[in-house]
Design a protein around this ligand. Structure first.
Ligand SMILES: [Zn+2]
Length: 89
């Protein structure tokens, strides 16, 4: 299954081979490489997806973090960037 990353998508579940979401028409292959399979977590700043890297022959699994917050709330945006940056090693 391919999972659409559009936060407003009403039917985000698509078939494995779909290139575009059947519901909202968004591209399903991020950076023409990563296919999101399912939401594995969500919190105050966004969602985390289980994905596969289709660019590599073994198609290893990986996690993709999607930051989501109101555009008009710059305080939340700055805090999200700060927390995300501190988690980078
Ligand atoms: Zn969609």
């Amino acid at each position: 299954m391919s999972y659409c990353t559009n936060i407003d998508c009403l039917h985000p579940q698509n078939s494995d081979s779909s290139g575009f979401c059947n519901s909202c028409s968004q591209k399903l292959l991020l950076k023409q490489r990563y296919r999101t399979l399912a939401v594995i977590g969500h919190g105050g700043f966004g969602r985390t997806f289980l994905a596969i890297d289709e660019h590599l022959p073994t198609q290893p699994k990986c996690a993709i973090k999607q930051l989501c917050f109101p555009k008009e709330n710059t305080e939340v945006w700055h805090k999200a960037v700060s927390v995300s940056s501190s988690n980078l090693v």
